[in-house]
Write a protein that binds this ligand. Structure first.
Ligand code: CP
Length: 360
């Protein structure tokens, strides 16, 4: 059995991650073996937010597997511009396609969409500042291909760590591996959300928060740079206070280990200077290509294996609502709020859509 929907990296077991990685490697070595494996199947790419890598790598992946693609990259070219709600769009498209990939600016949108897909597979291609599980698959593939392991690593994450969905998904994923140490490098207003720090503490992982890239860099096996995301700030002034705060250049790289990987989910703005691109430690363009192969592996298994839904957590009986303004439940008003409790901390309640936590 394989998962029917991928909303969160944690929907996958580690055994399934191993299967995906092995399949991606086999696809790299034997692409012709898979050329017709999704023949006659259709993927819909529903991108309510801009994308280069995720959308095109999914489309390229499906075409390389022999399937076909439909979709939009601008919601204004769909009936969303006439006020159609997400539920109706998904119900209709799930009758046209075998697999849907969705990117949406609101947190929890992919989870809400998955509830409407009974038989059609659905993949979260990024939901607001929340999660981006196939970027995490891309990142883990890069780490395993380039380092040969996903255990025993010190990883530094630098930039906008509060809004960075790639960072959030990667922290969750790395917390499944052994002997991982984290350095979180950000200004005070862009720190990793408390819920993720609490999760790491509960699981016994060591982490250091710092504002200094220079201080952290000599300790790292991997430096994961991220962009300060203009689109997630509520005002231009606030964005201007944080933009350009971190720039990795050759001078800073000089104090890094000779085999440290420089990764970035891309797009970059100015946080890695172009003179770093030729350094053999810079793997971000390779990383984007690995993303296509691991997405091929994911589509291949979701469309060619018997699948089952990831079970919902045990819901808490409450008439509360989520106060996160970026949670999908505050925009699509037919959605019934859902809350569950953190297993190890039953006093903490969280929104099942966006994972915002509440103490009670
Ligand atoms: N890494 C990533 O998600 O890039 P895109 O926004 O271009 O898809």
């Amino acid at each position: 059995m394989f998962i029917r929907h991928l909303v969160d990296f944690n929907d996958l077991s580690l055994a399934e991650w191993d299967i995906l990685f092995d399949t991606a490697r086999d696809i790299m070595d034997n692409p012709s073996k898979y050329m017709k494996s999704c023949e006659g199947r259709i993927m819909a790419t529903l991108f309510f937010e801009p994308s280069t890598r995720t959308m095109f790598s999914f489309q390229s992946a499906m075409l390389r597997l022999g399937g076909q693609i439909i979709g939009f990259s601008e919601p204004k070219n769909s009936s969303v511009s006439k006020g159609e709600v997400l539920k109706d769009t998904i119900k209709v498209i799930s009758g046209y396609a075998d697999i849907i990939t969705i990117r949406h600016p609101l947190e929890g949108a992919a989870f809400a969409a998955a509830q409407e897909c009974k038989d059609t597979a659905l993949i979260n291609a990024g939901d607001g500042g929340h999660l981006h599980p196939t970027q995490t698959l891309t990142d883990l593939t890069t780490i395993r291909m380039e380092k040969g392991r996903t255990d025993d690593l010190t990883i530094g994450m630098c930039g906008d760590l509060i809004n960075g969905r790639t960072v959030h998904s990667l922290i969750k994923a790395m917390s499944h591996f052994k002997n991982i140490k984290f350095y979180f490098i950000s200004p005070a207003n862009l720190k990793v959300p408390q819920r993720l720090l609490s999760m790491l503490a509960r699981k016994g992982y060591e982490y250091t928060e710092t504002e200094s890239l220079e201080e952290a860099i000599p300790h790292l096996d991997i430096l994961y740079m991220t962009r300060i995301q203009r689109e997630r700030f509520t005002s231009e002034e606030e964005y201007n206070r944080s933009k350009g705060i971190y720039v990795l250049n050759r001078e800073k790289l000089a104090s890094a280990k000779p085999d440290m990987l420089v990764m970035h989910p891309l797009p970059r703005v100015d946080e890695i200077s172009h003179d770093v691109d030729d350094d053999e430690r810079a793997v971000y363009f390779k990383q984007a290509r690995y993303g296509m192969y691991i997405r091929m592996a994911l589509i291949y298994h979701m469309l060619n294996s018997p699948t089952e839904n990831v079970p919902l957590p045990k819901l808490t009986d409450t008439d509360a609502y989520c106060d996160n303004p970026r949670c999908i439940t505050n925009h699509e008003h037919y959605l019934k709020p859902m809350f569950a409790r953190v297993k190890s901390h039953p006093d903490i309640r969280y929104c099942v859509y966006c994972e915002k936590q509440y103490k009670n």
